[in-house]
Design a protein around this ligand. Structure first.
Ligand SMILES: [Zn+2]
Ligand SMILES: [Zn+2]
Length: 258
């Protein structure tokens, strides 16, 4: 069984994109017997769904409240950050950088780019599968892995093509997990095998946008079985992962006690 779900959305993902509250997701995870959960709403520069800077302090308060109410589960405050430039910048405002336990990074469209980042996004929209776009995306991913403590790369290769081997090598070296995303199968069985050969480790996360979907990763079953890989490589399946925490901070429990 899944013991943690590290990519879930709440109503802090704006415009009705996320359906449930922080507490709703935590309660659902508890009902499934999970030991850990992360709340990872869309990053601040997502044009439609991003969390607002104004709402962020309230989000943190809610996370703290559920930690106190449900001490039996570890709750991480996170963000699903967006790539906003070819130099690997993510949309994490500096003033919030040390408030996040975990950073999930994923490519999304319709994001307000950083200076010089417009072309990066337009190329992915217009010439999606071009070799040049892939080289640029790969470079952005590798630079971001270097700049930030990224715990998880969400849905790699979805919306923006990357060189999986190049990114996988760096992710493996940095201790960043590759996600099996519960909403979309973004990797083939052969790609999973290639990533595993590079030493990559995986997390199966729901990417739930409603509490009912927390813990739902069934979409991957067929591809995973086809890969023939050992389920021990999925680090939240029957075990708890060794998450790379943002800024090398202590884990959620340690924080809870302070
Ligand atoms: Zn996403
Ligand atoms: Zn998501």
């Amino acid at each position: 069984m899944l013991l943690g779900d590290y990519h879930t959305h709440t109503t802090y993902s704006r415009s009705g994109h996320g359906k449930g509250s922080v507490e709703d997701n935590v309660r659902k995870a508890l009902s499934l017997g999970m030991k850990e959960i992360a709340l990872t709403d869309h990053g601040f520069r997502h044009g439609a769904y991003g969390m607002t800077k104004k709402a962020f302090p309230k989000f943190l308060e809610e996370v703290q409240a559920v930690r106190e109410k449900y001490p039996e589960i570890k709750v991480y405050a996170g963000i699903e950050a967006n790539f906003i430039s070819p130099t690997g910048e993510l949309d994490i405002p500096p003033e919030f950088a040390d408030k996040l336990d975990i950073i999930v990074a994923g490519y999304h469209k319709f994001v307000r780019p950083a200076r010089g980042g417009l072309g990066f996004h337009l190329r992915n929209l217009i010439t999606k599968n071009s070799r040049k776009a892939k080289v640029r995306n790969t470079d952005a991913y590798i630079k971001a892995l270097d700049k930030y403590d990224i715990a998880i790369l969400s849905h790699p290769n979805s919306g923006c093509k990357i060189d999986l081997k190049e990114v996988g090598k760096v992710a493996s070296a940095k201790g960043t997990y590759i996600e099996l995303n519960g909403k979309r199968v973004s990797l083939t069985a052969d790609e999973l095998i290639a990533l595993a050969d590079l030493g990559c480790r995986f997390l199966a996360n729901s990417d739930a946008h409603s509490p009912a979907r927390v813990g739902d990763v069934g979409i991957w079953k067929e591809t995973w079985v086809a890969s023939g890989l050992d389920s021990a490589l999925i680090h939240n399946y029957n075990r708890l992962p060794d998450l790379k925490l943002n800024g090398g901070k202590n884990d959620g429990n340690a924080k809870q006690k302070s």
